[in-house]
Design a binder for this molecule. Structure first.
Ligand code: SAH
Length: 453
């Protein structure tokens, strides 16, 4: 039995058998910002910069070695081990800078948990799998997925599951441990090791923390990245009469404590990432995302499993999407660096190219379509029917609206998957000329029509 058919819609697994557990306490019915809005930068007063340690660090760097690429700027600002935005704070939720889907509604993580179970069943119910999350934030998403795994324990009963979290932020790894682990089981810590922390989840599953995907053991795995790729460093390029020129960040000569964008006087090495025949006049490329996708696709091709990537993004069509968020407001990207999140929309066409044909890719499809296919309406109804308090009902409806409304996250947020080729062969989609007809695989839940790339 497959729990949630893509075209046929959800069956019981999305509804009653999951129970009506209300995670509670997290969803805000106040105007939290989701990272889907745009802002042009450069007009903030310079005095806003004074005093941020990251600003002083960047000024020193630029004065000693010259203007820096946007990628270098993003990397320093977000993940510098001393002063990086992600390294020392909890930026999610009401008191933070932005809100993400798992923090908005428990249904998001529950449906993703069902997606993984569906894939596990469709690909032969292996005796073990790793759940690997990239950039787990507060650990809320993995927590919701593990609750689904527990509630569907009879389906997964003979399967050996382990959890692996890839997180650069020490502070957030502590939050993740609080959310996920059993406080009676002490955490093992070793800052020198590639596995810098280990623990056991509340349901008895081993959980390990790494700084880099490369350090996660290879093996049959389900990979997950929600709002992770959008914070990876991007290079920006502008088309000029002299060809492509990379955008750099320099100190404003008119105002000494202000940063500004400048164009490189000649070609730079990162220009190699621009596709020949590119028709846009401004492009953003994220080589680090390419490296991660190559690693994921190699692993999936070798040992099986799947990767599910959810993010703001486009299919190689958008231009300037670089933006900042602070205190649920859009924030100038060059002002007070280190105090605000920086993000850029994910170019899914680039991710697809970087899979280099090692795996099949599905999507991007809009969040509203994916969640609808996964049975969000059935799940919402179950939770509403069981909710006694009107405030809980209101929170559930508010969360649903944030996730599904086309003007909120419904259209701008996308799902994209990498799967072994054999998983999507024979499902009624177009095949390569030299392929013999394999037996039809069940459709992949959540994604409507399958496309063969
Ligand atoms: N997935 C979470 C949090 C998204 S915020 C959610 O949906 O709520 C981005 C997350 O990625 C944070 O946990 C941040 O610390 C982590 N992160 C950012 N850059 C990273 C990198 N280069 N490697 C690993 N984790 C990173």
């Amino acid at each position: 039995m497959r729990p949630c058919g893509g075209a046929s819609g959800p069956s019981g697994v999305c509804g009653a058998p999951l129970g009506a557990f209300w995670r509670g306490g997290v969803v805000q019915v106040f105007p939290c910002i989701w990272k889907g809005q745009y802002f042009s930068s450069g007009n903030e007063p310079a005095e806003n910069n004074r005093g941020t340690p990251m600003f002083r660090h960047l000024m020193y760097k630029i004065k000693s070695t010259g203007p820096i690429t946007v990628a270098e700027y993003m990397k320093e600002v977000l993940t510098n081990p001393d002063k990086g935005y992600y390294v020392h704070r909890d930026m999610l939720g009401e008191k933070g800078d932005f809100i993400t889907s798992p923090e908005i509604s428990q249904i998001f993580g529950e449906l993703i948990g069902i997606w993984f179970i569906s894939e596990w069943m469709s690909s032969g119910k292996s005796s073990a799998f790793q759940l690997v999350e990239l950039g787990p934030g507060r650990g809320t998403l993995t927590g919701d997925i593990l609750r689904v795994f527990s509630q569907l324990g009879s389906v997964l009963k003979n399967c050996d599951i382990s959890v692996h979290l890839v997180e650069v932020s020490q502070k957030l790894s502590e939050f993740q441990a609080l959310t996920l682990t059993d406080e009676k089981m002490p955490l093992e810590r070793d800052v020198e090791s590639l596995v810098y922390m280990k623990g056991v989840t509340k349901s008895g599953i081993p959980v390990s923390w790494y700084r880099d995907l490369k350090d996660v053991p290879k093996g049959y795995s389900f990979y997950l990245a929600n709002e992770f790729f959008d914070v990876l460093p991007i290079h920006k390029f502008q088309k000029t009469p002299h060809g492509w020129r990379e955008v750099f960040i320099d100190i404003d000569p008119q105002v000494s404590d202000k940063l500004r964008f400048v164009l490189a006087p000649g070609a730079t090495p990162a220009e190699a990432f621009i596709q020949c025949g590119e028709t846009r006049d401004h492009v953003e490329v994220c080589p680090e995302a390419g490296v991660i996708i190559q690693e994921l696709s190699q692993r999936i091709a070798l040992t099986g499993g799947a990767a599910l990537i959810a993010d703001y993004g486009h299919d190689g069509t958008k231009t300037d999407t670089f933006r900042g968020f602070c205190g649920h407001k859009l924030h100038d990207v060059l002002t007070a660096p280190g105090t605000a999140d920086l993000t850029a929309d994910v170019d899914f066409s680039y991710l697809r190219r970087m899979a280099q044909g090692k795996t099949a890719s599905l999507g991007p499809i809009q969040q509203q379509t994916f969640l609808k296919n996964m049975g969000i309406d059935v799940r919402l109804k179950v939770l509403l029917d069981k909710a006694d308090e009107s405030s809980v009902k209101q929170q559930l409806l508010h969360g649903y609206n944030m996730l599904m409304n086309p003007k909120k996250m419904g259209e701008r947020f996308n799902f994209f998957a990498l799967l072994p080729h054999q998983r999507v062969q024979g499902g009624g989609h177009q095949m390569g000329p030299n392929q013999s007809k394999p037996s039809a695989s069940p459709p992949v839940a959540g994604f409507g029509e399958l496309t063969w790339r």
